[in-house]
Design a protein. Structure first.
Length: 201
């Protein structure tokens, strides 16, 4: 099972020409297929201690997870936004993400309140894949979800007048990815355990 590079929207690299074949049948995607896609998108990624695939950015981490079995298997792209917000800011956050959720298809964003009162945001998009899915749909959905996760962070910074994270051009990408994936392990484990969020936490 492989991905035709010509089907991937350009993330900076030049796709190699591929011979045209007949239409592919449905496939059941797996983590190796996602790794192949991320490689072709030129995105760094790591696999965490729980075996989940993650692509870290400066202020958030996007996980590519498979949950369920058989026809009920679900592919979930879940983004954990690491920027902390105070409990007093929660009402404003909810108003902002309600606006985002109403006007956009993905990711659907919700809040998670930690025991210490810190509020963080989580965005998610899902695709039912157990019975198979068209590979072009899988590729285009994943690329769109990743881009939307990035756009949400930019949008929130603009909406709330937050300070964007300064660029660090001299930092090694591999080191950045590993550090981001290992950062705040307790919070990550707590958040990821919430497999089926039911509204605001």
């Amino acid at each position: 099972m492989s991905i035709d590079p010509s089907s991937i929207p350009n993330f900076g690299g030049q796709p190699e020409p591929q011979p045209q074949g007949g239409p592919a049948g449905p496939v059941v995607p797996d983590q190796d297929l996602v790794k192949q896609l991320l490689d072709q998108m030129e995105l760094k990624y790591v696999v965490d201690d729980e075996g989940d695939l993650a692509a870290p950015w400066e202020e958030f981490r996007t996980y590519f997870m498979f949950r369920g079995e058989g026809d009920q298997m679900v592919y979930s792209v879940r983004t954990f936004y690491d920027r902390p917000h105070g409990i007093d800011d929660k009402a404003q956050l909810l108003e902002s993400i309600d606006d985002w959720n109403r006007r956009t298809l993905w990711p659907k964003v919700y809040t998670h309140t930690h025991d210490d009162g810190t509020v963080r945001l989580i965005g998610e998009a899902q695709l039912l894949i157990g019975a198979g899915v068209n590979i072009e749909l899988f590729v285009s959905s994943t690329v769109s979800w990743v881009r939307a996760a990035i756009e949400f962070d930019k949008w929130l910074v603009e909406q709330l007048g937050l300070e964007p994270t300064p660029e660090k051009p001299d930092e090694q990408p591999e080191a950045t990815a590993e550090a981001a994936a290992e950062e705040q392990p307790e919070a990550k484990a707590e958040d990821k355990a919430d497999e089926k969020p039911e509204g605001d936490k």
